[in-house]
Write a protein that binds this ligand. Structure first.
Ligand SMILES: [Mn+2]
Length: 596
């Protein structure tokens, strides 16, 4: 045992010193070197203790420890969390006041106006809260601002709208934590405001009737990483408390799981329970709109994964908001006409394809700009803008550019005298803190560590760039800009058995905060020549001590030209189990490799 530990520690140090390098061809034919550092955690004492305490294999315990879960009760919750393990919603400050006011509004037949954000999290928050309030007999209306015309946030002028709609209570969902002016104006007009949000607060918290947000200081709530729809779910849980409606809570988790995954919230603690149970629920959907949408994604009648939600369901719902037609997505969930939901689904499909085309164009333009001026070699944080860039897609493109150059990115769309930005960051650098430090430049900004939105005067752009560049020069280290692969365990092919199936299913669903376990196997022989699949992936057979596996290099088509039968490699991979004609097949999905 001691020998094994020593060997692993030695390997860890060695890997840190000898990173793999990859050459990426740029448009000019120039090569830029990117480094990938392999980090292997040695089997720890904590993992051994956890393994005994919870009665799980040491490898599984180590995977949990690697994800920051080292206490037996948390590990047990992670592996076996149920609906009854969710936190008490009344722990969140303001919850009692919110529930009391909403109950009064329902019994007095007062109009309640829900105002939401235009992304998946916001749209589904509106749908979820509307359904819950209606089931309690409430009189509900909603408003989702137009992404392109109105922009993000709870604007002061929406108070007039609430008045026109004769609402005496406004509930914000997935927005509002900075809406000081809105709340002030509403109060003067005699309208009560309840804010539900998960974004970081500004310097002052609005003086609303209640502000439900686990991210504010002294929120009282034990888990900070809820998505907007997670906060809404807590409100629904509190409203249903002690009533027959609470038996309906599992149904609500279907939309909660979609919103949580689409908002890229960490799949830990309550989020993990929401998503685990919600995805199971998606296998049996009653809502005709959601059912039709899932049909159009080709994911009916099978296990729904985090990937299905993130890459198929989410983008279709988002497409409506991105291209200025949010109401379409909301109508999908409220309609009971098969013909209408067919039409809407078809429309969302078309909008999504349109969005993909626009996105590809903006991505190529941004990449050209970067490479023409070698910006990635000169700047630690990339800032780019263009008049033609569609505001609805710059966030997704920023995320892809970040993946290519592995550094934080903020992209801007210029409109008249305004610059509207959307940024994405790497895991080691907080973008919101970077904006906080330079807040006087902005008209408006907000977000989290990994994603931000902002608005400033176009003429302030040079000043903004200079200040941000200056700030990141000292704040981002070269080490942070190295792509890192965190390996969960070093194993031999002989260690891979069918119990791996049970291990993986007890750890799933995977996503942010709970990545698929990555394994390292050294000295593997490539047998049979690699094949290129669809021009962009590669597939080849590998063997160690007579045990052969098929391996897949997802988006690693170039490997087919770089490696040969007979090569020996070290490889880092995750395990994929597919069911082919009733026979389970284990494939290795290769994350990185290096020839030895
Ligand atoms: Mn959100």
């Amino acid at each position: 045992m001691g020998w094994l530990n020593l060997k692993i520690i030695h390997l860890c140090l060695e890997k840190r010193r000898s990173p793999t390098t990859r050459w990426v061809h740029t448009t000019k034919g120039k090569k830029i070197m990117y480094e990938t550092v392999w980090i292997l955690n040695p089997i720890s004492e904590k993992a051994k203790n956890l393994s005994k305490a919870v009665d799980i294999p040491v490898a599984v315990a180590q995977i949990l420890v690697n994800r920051g879960i080292d206490q037996p009760d948390r590990a047990h919750g992670f592996l076996h969390g149920k609906l009854s393990d969710l936190h008490d919603p009344f722990l969140m400050n303001g919850m009692r006041d919110a529930v009391r006011r909403i109950r009064k509004a329902i019994s007095g037949q007062e109009k309640i106006l829900i105002i939401g954000d235009y992304d998946v999290d916001g749209i589904l928050s509106v749908v979820t809260l509307s359904q819950a309030l209606k089931s309690l007999g409430g009189s509900v209306d909603f408003f989702i601002p137009d992404r392109l015309r109105e922009g993000y946030g709870l604007k002061e002028r929406y108070v007039d709208l609430a008045e026109q709609k004769c609402a005496s209570v406004v509930i914000s969902v997935d927005c509002g934590v900075k809406a000081v002016a809105f709340v002030e104006k509403a109060r003067h007009r005699g309208i009560d405001v309840i804010i539900t949000d998960h974004h970081q607060p500004g310097s002052s918290i609005p003086k609303a009737l209640a502000v439900l947000n686990p991210s504010i200081p002294n929120s009282g709530y034990p888990f900070k990483r809820l998505a907007g729809i997670g906060v809404v779910f807590k409100l629904v849980q509190a409203l249903f408390d002690g009533r027959p409606e609470s038996s309906q809570l599992p149904h609500y988790l279907k939309l909660v799981s979609i919103g949580t995954v689409a908002d890229i919230a960490e799949l830990k603690d309550e989020n993990r329970i929401f998503v685990k149970l919600g995805l199971q629920g998606l296998e049996d959907v009653k809502n005709i709109g959601l059912r039709t949408l899932m049909d159009s994604c080709g994911i009916r009648n099978r296990n729904v994964t985090v990937g299905d939600v993130g890459f198929r369901i989410g983008p279709r719902i988002n497409a409506a908001g991105r291209l200025g037609m949010t109401d379409l997505a909301v109508r999908l969930f409220f309609s009971d006409s098969p013909q209408e939901v067919d039409e809407i689904t078809h429309r969302l499909d078309t909008l999504n394809s349109q969005r993909q085309k626009i996105e590809e164009k903006v991505f190529n333009q941004a990449k050209n700009m970067i490479e023409r001026r070698s910006l990635n070699e000169r700047y630690k944080l990339l800032i780019l803008g263009c008049e033609e860039w569609h505001r609805g897609v710059i966030g997704i493109v920023a995320s892809k550019i970040k993946d290519v150059y592995y550094r934080p990115v903020i992209l801007f769309s210029y409109q008249d005298d305004k610059a509207l930005g959307s940024g994405r960051s790497i895991s080691d650098f907080s973008l919101i803190e970077c904006l906080d430090e330079n807040k006087d430049v902005f008209h408006n900004y907000g977000g989290h560590t990994m994603a931000v939105g902002c608005e400033l005067a176009r003429e302030s752009m040079p000043n903004f760039k200079a200040r941000i560049n200056n700030f990141v020069r000292s704040q981002i280290t070269e080490e942070q800009l190295k792509r890192k692969i965190r390996i969960d365990a070093k194993i031999d092919f002989a260690d891979i058995g069918m119990d791996i199936h049970d291990i993986l299913s007890s750890l799933s669903p995977f996503g942010l905060g709970n990545p698929k376990p990555l394994f390292l196997t050294e000295n593997v022989e490539v047998v049979a020549p690699p094949k290129k699949i669809q021009g962009k992936h590669s597939k080849f057979l590998v063997q160690q001590n007579g045990k052969i596996f098929e391996s897949l290099g997802w988006r690693k088509g170039s490997w087919a030209d770089e490696i040969w039968a007979g090569d020996r490699i070290d490889m880092v991979y995750s395990l994929m189990i597919s069911d082919y004609l009733g026979v389970e097949k284990l494939t290795l999905s290769i994350e990185d490799m290096k020839r030895i």
